[in-house]
Write a protein that binds this ligand. Structure first.
Ligand SMILES: Cc1cc2nc3c(=O)[nH]c(=O)nc-3n(C[C@H](O)[C@H](O)[C@H](O)COP(=O)(O)O)c2cc1C
Length: 196
Protein backbone atom coordinates (compact mmCIF):
# COMPACT_ATOMS: atom_id res chain seq x y z
CA UNK A 1 0.00 0.00 0.00
CA UNK A 2 1.46 3.37 -1.02
CA UNK A 3 0.71 6.39 1.15
CA UNK A 4 0.49 9.80 -0.56
CA UNK A 5 2.64 12.33 1.28
CA UNK A 6 1.81 15.39 -0.80
CA UNK A 7 3.95 16.95 -3.53
CA UNK A 8 7.24 16.14 -1.81
CA UNK A 9 10.25 16.20 -4.10
CA UNK A 10 11.88 12.82 -3.52
CA UNK A 11 14.50 12.94 -6.23
CA UNK A 12 17.39 12.23 -3.91
CA UNK A 13 20.27 11.56 -3.59
CA UNK A 14 21.68 14.43 -5.61
CA UNK A 15 25.37 15.15 -5.96
CA UNK A 16 26.41 17.89 -3.57
CA UNK A 17 28.17 20.35 -5.86
CA UNK A 18 30.18 23.48 -5.30
CA UNK A 19 29.18 26.35 -7.54
CA UNK A 20 31.71 29.11 -8.03
CA UNK A 21 31.63 32.64 -9.42
CA UNK A 22 33.62 35.84 -9.02
CA UNK A 23 31.84 38.10 -6.53
CA UNK A 24 33.24 41.62 -6.15
CA UNK A 25 36.49 40.44 -7.74
CA UNK A 26 36.90 37.49 -5.36
CA UNK A 27 36.16 33.80 -5.90
CA UNK A 28 33.04 32.74 -4.02
CA UNK A 29 31.64 29.23 -3.68
CA UNK A 30 28.39 27.88 -2.31
CA UNK A 31 26.99 24.35 -1.93
CA UNK A 32 24.28 23.49 -4.46
CA UNK A 33 22.41 20.19 -4.57
CA UNK A 34 19.77 21.24 -7.08
CA UNK A 35 21.57 20.82 -10.36
CA UNK A 36 20.28 19.51 -13.67
CA UNK A 37 21.26 18.33 -17.11
CA UNK A 38 19.16 19.95 -19.85
CA UNK A 39 20.72 19.10 -23.18
CA UNK A 40 22.93 16.02 -23.04
CA UNK A 41 24.41 16.64 -26.49
CA UNK A 42 26.48 19.45 -27.98
CA UNK A 43 26.03 22.14 -26.80
CA UNK A 44 25.61 20.83 -23.27
CA UNK A 45 23.37 22.90 -21.00
CA UNK A 46 23.43 22.40 -17.23
CA UNK A 47 21.36 24.16 -14.58
CA UNK A 48 21.83 25.27 -11.02
CA UNK A 49 18.85 26.37 -8.96
CA UNK A 50 19.54 29.20 -6.51
CA UNK A 51 17.06 30.49 -3.98
CA UNK A 52 16.20 34.17 -4.42
CA UNK A 53 18.53 36.04 -3.96
CA UNK A 54 21.86 34.45 -3.15
CA UNK A 55 25.07 36.50 -2.99
CA UNK A 56 26.38 34.24 -5.75
CA UNK A 57 23.37 34.92 -8.02
CA UNK A 58 24.40 38.51 -8.68
CA UNK A 59 27.99 37.36 -9.23
CA UNK A 60 26.85 34.94 -11.94
CA UNK A 61 24.83 37.68 -13.65
CA UNK A 62 27.68 40.21 -13.40
CA UNK A 63 30.39 37.93 -14.81
CA UNK A 64 28.29 35.79 -17.17
CA UNK A 65 29.92 32.62 -15.96
CA UNK A 66 30.01 30.04 -13.18
CA UNK A 67 31.48 26.68 -12.32
CA UNK A 68 30.03 23.41 -11.07
CA UNK A 69 32.65 21.49 -9.11
CA UNK A 70 32.24 17.98 -7.68
CA UNK A 71 33.67 17.55 -4.19
CA UNK A 72 34.94 14.18 -3.01
CA UNK A 73 33.04 12.47 -0.18
CA UNK A 74 36.01 13.41 2.02
CA UNK A 75 35.23 17.12 1.44
CA UNK A 76 31.93 17.11 3.38
CA UNK A 77 33.08 19.61 6.02
CA UNK A 78 34.35 22.27 3.59
CA UNK A 79 31.33 21.76 1.31
CA UNK A 80 28.95 22.18 4.21
CA UNK A 81 30.83 25.25 5.45
CA UNK A 82 30.38 27.17 2.19
CA UNK A 83 26.74 26.00 2.26
CA UNK A 84 26.01 27.55 5.66
CA UNK A 85 27.86 30.88 5.48
CA UNK A 86 27.29 33.63 2.92
CA UNK A 87 29.89 35.43 0.88
CA UNK A 88 27.97 38.60 1.70
CA UNK A 89 29.26 38.33 5.30
CA UNK A 90 32.32 36.06 5.15
CA UNK A 91 35.22 35.93 2.70
CA UNK A 92 35.08 32.37 1.33
CA UNK A 93 37.82 32.96 -1.27
CA UNK A 94 40.48 31.04 0.69
CA UNK A 95 38.48 27.94 1.62
CA UNK A 96 39.74 26.12 -1.50
CA UNK A 97 42.79 26.19 -3.72
CA UNK A 98 41.38 28.05 -6.74
CA UNK A 99 42.29 27.85 -10.42
CA UNK A 100 40.76 29.49 -13.48
CA UNK A 101 39.81 28.00 -16.84
CA UNK A 102 39.64 29.23 -20.41
CA UNK A 103 37.50 32.30 -19.71
CA UNK A 104 39.80 33.48 -16.92
CA UNK A 105 37.00 34.67 -14.64
CA UNK A 106 35.36 31.39 -13.59
CA UNK A 107 36.87 30.05 -10.36
CA UNK A 108 37.27 26.30 -9.89
CA UNK A 109 38.68 24.10 -7.14
CA UNK A 110 41.91 22.08 -7.28
CA UNK A 111 40.76 19.76 -4.46
CA UNK A 112 37.70 18.77 -6.54
CA UNK A 113 38.38 15.86 -8.89
CA UNK A 114 35.90 17.22 -11.45
CA UNK A 115 35.32 20.88 -12.38
CA UNK A 116 33.01 22.23 -15.07
CA UNK A 117 33.23 25.74 -16.49
CA UNK A 118 30.03 27.29 -17.83
CA UNK A 119 28.99 30.38 -19.74
CA UNK A 120 25.69 31.85 -18.59
CA UNK A 121 23.07 31.12 -21.24
CA UNK A 122 19.78 32.03 -19.60
CA UNK A 123 18.05 32.59 -16.28
CA UNK A 124 14.63 31.12 -15.49
CA UNK A 125 12.70 33.15 -12.96
CA UNK A 126 10.61 30.79 -10.82
CA UNK A 127 8.57 31.74 -7.73
CA UNK A 128 11.25 30.99 -5.13
CA UNK A 129 14.32 30.19 -7.17
CA UNK A 130 16.29 31.41 -10.13
CA UNK A 131 17.51 28.66 -12.40
CA UNK A 132 20.79 29.55 -14.07
CA UNK A 133 21.26 27.74 -17.35
CA UNK A 134 24.89 27.45 -18.35
CA UNK A 135 26.52 26.26 -21.52
CA UNK A 136 29.36 23.89 -20.73
CA UNK A 137 32.63 25.39 -21.95
CA UNK A 138 35.18 22.97 -20.52
CA UNK A 139 35.54 20.11 -18.04
CA UNK A 140 38.68 19.56 -15.97
CA UNK A 141 39.35 16.20 -14.31
CA UNK A 142 42.17 14.93 -12.06
CA UNK A 143 44.41 12.63 -14.12
CA UNK A 144 43.99 9.83 -11.60
CA UNK A 145 40.19 10.00 -11.86
CA UNK A 146 40.16 9.18 -15.58
CA UNK A 147 39.97 5.78 -17.25
CA UNK A 148 39.90 4.60 -20.87
CA UNK A 149 41.30 7.93 -22.04
CA UNK A 150 38.91 10.69 -21.02
CA UNK A 151 36.12 8.92 -19.13
CA UNK A 152 35.44 10.05 -15.59
CA UNK A 153 35.93 7.14 -13.17
CA UNK A 154 33.12 7.50 -10.65
CA UNK A 155 34.69 5.09 -8.16
CA UNK A 156 37.87 7.15 -8.04
CA UNK A 157 35.99 10.44 -7.84
CA UNK A 158 33.90 9.12 -4.91
CA UNK A 159 31.49 12.08 -5.12
CA UNK A 160 29.70 13.54 -2.13
CA UNK A 161 25.95 12.81 -2.25
CA UNK A 162 23.20 14.74 -0.48
CA UNK A 163 19.88 13.51 0.90
CA UNK A 164 17.32 16.18 1.77
CA UNK A 165 14.96 13.97 3.80
CA UNK A 166 17.58 12.80 6.30
CA UNK A 167 19.80 15.88 5.99
CA UNK A 168 22.87 13.65 5.62
CA UNK A 169 25.70 13.34 3.18
CA UNK A 170 26.34 9.94 1.65
CA UNK A 171 29.06 8.31 -0.41
CA UNK A 172 28.66 6.01 -3.38
CA UNK A 173 27.68 2.35 -2.85
CA UNK A 174 28.42 -0.73 -4.94
CA UNK A 175 27.90 -0.89 -8.72
CA UNK A 176 24.70 -2.83 -9.38
CA UNK A 177 24.24 -3.67 -13.06
CA UNK A 178 25.55 -2.60 -16.46
CA UNK A 179 23.53 0.23 -17.94
CA UNK A 180 22.00 -0.31 -21.41
CA UNK A 181 22.74 -4.05 -21.06
CA UNK A 182 20.96 -5.26 -17.92
CA UNK A 183 17.56 -4.78 -19.60
CA UNK A 184 18.37 -7.54 -22.05
CA UNK A 185 17.85 -10.04 -19.21
CA UNK A 186 14.23 -8.86 -18.70
CA UNK A 187 11.77 -11.66 -19.57
CA UNK A 188 9.93 -9.37 -22.04
CA UNK A 189 13.17 -8.60 -23.88
CA UNK A 190 14.17 -12.28 -23.92
CA UNK A 191 10.69 -13.28 -25.16
CA UNK A 192 10.74 -10.66 -27.92
CA UNK A 193 14.17 -11.84 -29.04
CA UNK A 194 12.98 -15.47 -29.07
CA UNK A 195 9.90 -14.49 -31.13
CA UNK A 196 12.05 -13.01 -33.91
C1 LIG B 1 24.26 20.42 0.97
C2 LIG B 1 23.73 21.77 0.65
C3 LIG B 1 23.00 21.95 -0.52
C4 LIG B 1 22.49 23.20 -0.87
N1 LIG B 1 21.78 23.34 -2.03
C5 LIG B 1 21.30 24.55 -2.36
C6 LIG B 1 20.59 24.72 -3.59
O1 LIG B 1 20.42 23.79 -4.38
N2 LIG B 1 20.12 25.98 -3.89
C7 LIG B 1 20.32 27.04 -3.07
O2 LIG B 1 19.87 28.15 -3.38
N3 LIG B 1 20.99 26.91 -1.88
C8 LIG B 1 21.50 25.70 -1.54
N4 LIG B 1 22.21 25.56 -0.36
C9 LIG B 1 22.41 26.74 0.50
C10 LIG B 1 23.58 27.66 0.05
O3 LIG B 1 24.75 26.90 -0.24
C11 LIG B 1 23.89 28.64 1.20
O4 LIG B 1 22.76 29.46 1.43
C12 LIG B 1 25.14 29.50 0.95
O5 LIG B 1 25.57 29.97 2.20
C13 LIG B 1 24.91 30.68 0.02
O6 LIG B 1 26.16 31.26 -0.24
P1 LIG B 1 26.31 32.76 -0.82
O7 LIG B 1 25.49 33.66 0.05
O8 LIG B 1 27.80 33.05 -0.69
O9 LIG B 1 25.84 32.77 -2.24
C14 LIG B 1 22.71 24.31 0.00
C15 LIG B 1 23.44 24.12 1.19
C16 LIG B 1 23.94 22.88 1.52
C17 LIG B 1 24.71 22.70 2.78
Amino acid sequence: MQRPIGPVCALYPMPATLVGAMADGRPNFLAIAHVGILNNAAPQYLTVSLKKYRHTSQAIRDTGGFSICLPRASMAVATDYVGIVSGSRVDKSRVFDVFYGARGNVPMIRECPVNMELRLHDVMDLPAHEVFVGELVATYVDEDCLRDGDKVDLEKVRPLLFDYASGWYYALGEPVAPCWRAGRDHPAYVAAKGAK
